[in-house]
Design a protein around this ligand. Sequence first.
Ligand code: HEM
Ligand code: HEM
Length: 183
Amino acid sequence: MPSGEKLAARYGNGAIGFHWVMVLLIVVVGVLGLLHDSWPKSTQSFWINIHAMIGLTVWALVIARLWWRRTHTPPDLPPDVGEFSRRLSYPVHLLLYALMVVIPIIGIVTFIWHGRVFDFGLFKVDFGVAKNRAIFHPTEDLHGYLAYALFALIGLHALAALWHHFVRHDGVLGRMWPTGDRG
Ligand code: HEM
Ligand code: HEM
């Protein structure tokens, strides 16, 4: 950990960049996921591939973010943050990270065992796996349930951030906000 990092009241630009870029991508990938069954049959594979491409980007970013975080410890919470929030925030963040790592992996299994081919635009990756309902059915369900759990947790997490900002006025949202106070 670089010296002084832990004393800073605010998250660094790297953490803020990772956080908000991933928020945007997760919203897009989540909405595309929910729309899977709404596309006309002729364009369904196209949209599932777009969903997969963005989901893979989320996965690559979360791995990069966790790797980067090893040497960039988050700042201590502001002193006026209550005991309840202190105890809850770490496990909630941990669970958010865990879901961001696991959901794409189960998506990849679902995608491949559905016999789909990754189309990266310039090249394609075909694992040559035959469609296997016994595998992709349960993994598709699990992928969806975990995504719903992620959405619920994100809702709670965002509400908590807004509560800190508008009710507690304790600067928690400002530490992660791109244009927030420098502490
Ligand atoms: C954090 C990232 C991701 C989120 C939040 C997410 C979310 C979702 C959601 C909400 C659904 C619909 C579930 C339902 O209808 O019950 C879905 C379906 C699916 N996702 Fe993802 N997903 C992510 C990453 C990925 C990745 C990386 C892949 C593959 C490489 C993938 C492949 C699929 C497939 C194959 C389906 C089923 C599509 C079908 O109906 O045939 N997802 N996803
Ligand atoms: C896709 C949606 C989101 C995900 C996956 C997500 C995930 C995370 C994670 C993993 C952290 C912990 C960062 C770390 O210490 O390593 C975090 C922190 C934070 N997030 Fe989010 N977040 C999302 C949306 C939001 C939204 C919409 C808001 C605001 C309304 C928000 C406000 C914050 C704040 C203020 C922190 C810092 C909390 C603290 O100081 O302890 N997040 N977020």
